[in-house]
Design a protein around this ligand. Structure first.
Ligand SMILES: [Zn+2]
Length: 547
């Protein structure tokens, strides 16, 4: 009994963290939550607690989806919490429901005090149209968070009306930020960024803003145990059109919570951090108006840093410039974006993934999710090869494409007669998938690359380029390599008449990593015979090696 009593009353961030799984109202990861499912969950929650909650539709989106206000508590001090005004920033939305479920179920005196002292005004998913499509803006194409003054969006008008109706003493504006944002000068990505929003361009420290800073300090204390080096301070610049800034100016100081990189890759833990943080700060707000918290804890947070993170950094390699058959030392950094809904398991991967290059040259200032040491290796454009005529159709299937991809083929240009174009295009679309060579259809014989594929690939004897080419092309491969210098030969192989340019900023990264086995220092001098295909990267996807 004593233990149960202690568990019920010893309210710590750790106990909230541990209690959260059983407290969850919605079990799917936040990116997967659709407005209809949220509406059902809200109605169910309100029906279960008819006396303790009030569910009110306070407006509707441009497309007519309801926007709900869920109110709990009977206190005179009003706190407004809203999430997902950017439709693709969902992490806090389920946490708001979990927070209500916990408050209503908990025996802890601290939870009861929250309900006695405060009235929580909760708007989960202010932008349901954007959330349905997982887009930032509403269906007028307007960023609701830049609409505080113009009020052209029905969603923005809902928020403004709630502020005027309830005059909350504190607001929580709940977002997700770029998941590649890093903390200060560290190598750590931010899981949470906080801002005590300014209410004027000078950032005047009013009593309200002081409360917001104390709330941020309380959040740092609560969450530090779970993401110790992953809390940052959001940019403080005054944003003239934004809601947080204007709500603060109108008299409701706002705390911005931005969820960022999921700890250990689990989206659920971003929701969990929001739950633990909000529960803790509300308990302390009810208890003593947060006066125990030193705003310095917030003021001293390292700042958010943008643009320092690359998903993949291929360091110290040499990049082949195919047209000139020269190579230059260069790093290559690129992103391998995976949409949240794909990452969270509720959407299919994109057929045509892109891996935008963010640096070519000296990338030493970047922090990388994955770092490949390419010292002594050469980055070569993937092979562009041809398929001739509709008879090649027998070769064009998923396993063969995958095998070609493993052997370094990045693009396949398929020459067909005019009458076959539609069918060939349909086949190309059906077979498009991450990591497979891209199939391009052409009717112009002049567009056919010099090297064409006429058979299924065999299994290469080794990773040597000569064996790889033999597996692709048959016994003629060695003859094609000839006795020309290595770079010249690679350049010919890689490019053909439509030589790809060297990788450049913003393009999608696709390359082969090749390395002379016996002469790591002098690429030019090494015999092409000794070059091995180490890896094939097609638009962010690394293929299994050639063997
Ligand atoms: Zn946002």
């Amino acid at each position: 009994m004593l233990l149960a009593w202690l568990l019920a009353t010893a309210l710590t961030p750790q106990s909230l963290w541990a209690a959260w799984p059983a407290q969850r109202v919605l079990n799917e990861p936040a990116p997967c939550l659709r407005p209809a499912a949220l509406a059902d969950a809200l109605r169910l929650l309100a029906e279960r607690h008819p006396r303790a909650t009030r569910l009110e539709q306070v407006g509707q989106s441009v497309e007519g989806r309801p926007i709900f206000l869920l109110s709990v508590g009977r206190g005179s001090r009003h706190v407004l919490l809203w999430s997902q005004m950017h439709g693709d920033e969902p992490s806090a939305t389920p946490a708001l429901l979990d927070l209500v479920a916990w408050l209503l179920a908990s025996d802890a005196p601290a939870a009861q005090r929250v309900l006695d002292e405060l009235t929580l005004l909760i708007v989960p998913m202010l932008n349901p149209d954007g959330a349905e499509r997982y887009e930032r803006r509403n269906s007028q194409g307007i960023d609701i968070n830049r609409d505080a003054l113009a009020l052209a969006t029905p969603e923005g008008r809902v928020l403004k009306a709630l502020r005027e109706r309830f005059e909350p003493l504190l607001g929580f504006n709940l977002h997700d930020q770029d998941r590649r944002t890093t903390v200060g000068t560290t190598d750590q990505r931010a899981s949470i960024a906080l801002l005590a929003v300014a209410g004027d361009p000078a950032g005047t420290l009013t009593p309200g803003r002081m409360r917001a800073k104390r709330a941020c300090a309380a959040l740092v204390s609560a969450l530090g145990a779970f993401v110790p080096a992953a809390i940052a301070r959001y940019d403080e610049d005054w944003s003239e059109r934004a809601f947080g800034d204007n709500l603060t100016r109108w008299g409701t100081p706002v705390v911005l919570i931005e969820s960022g990189a999921p700890p250990a890759g689990r989206f659920e833990d971003l929701t969990r951090l929001n739950f633990v943080g909000l529960a803790t700060v509300l308990v302390q707000l009810a208890q003593d108006d947060l006066t125990a918290h030193d705003p310095a804890l917030y003021d001293n947070l390292p700042r958010n840093s943008n643009g320092r993170w690359a998903d993949v950094l291929v360091a110290n390699g040499q990049i082949l410039h195919a047209p000139t058959a020269t190579a230059q030392r260069s790093d290559l950094a690129f992103q391998t974006p995976v949409p949240d809904r794909v990452d969270a398991g509720c959407a299919a991967p994109d057929d045509a993934p892109r891996a935008p290059i963010v640096e070519v040259g000296d990338a030493r200032l970047l922090v990388a999710g994955r770092r490949l040491d390419a010292r002594g290796a050469l980055l070569v454009p993937p092979f562009l090869m041809g398929l001739r005529g509709w008879q090649a159709e027998a070769l064009v299937d998923a396993p063969t494409l995958a095998a070609w991809g493993r052997l370094g083929v990045g693009r396949l240009r398929w020459l067909v007669a005019p009458g076959q174009v539609t069918r060939a295009q349909a086949r190309a679309r059906a077979l498009a998938a991450p990591g497979r060579p891209h199939l391009e259809i052409t009717q112009a014989a002049a567009q056919l690359p010099p090297v064409t594929l006429a058979r299924r690939p065999s299994r290469p004897r080794s990773a040597r380029l000569s064996d790889v080419l033999e597996a692709l092309l048959g016994g003629t491969a060695s003859a094609r390599l000839g006795s020309s210098p290595a770079l010249q030969a690679l350049s010919t192989l890689a490019g053909g008449p439509l030589a790809p340019r060297a990788p450049s900023l913003g393009e999608s990264a696709a390359f082969l990593l090749v390395r002379p086995r016996d002469d790591a220092k002098r690429l030019e001098a090494a015999a092409l015979e000794t070059f091995e295909l180490e890896a094939t990267w097609l638009h962010g996807h690394e293929q299994a090696g050639p063997r």
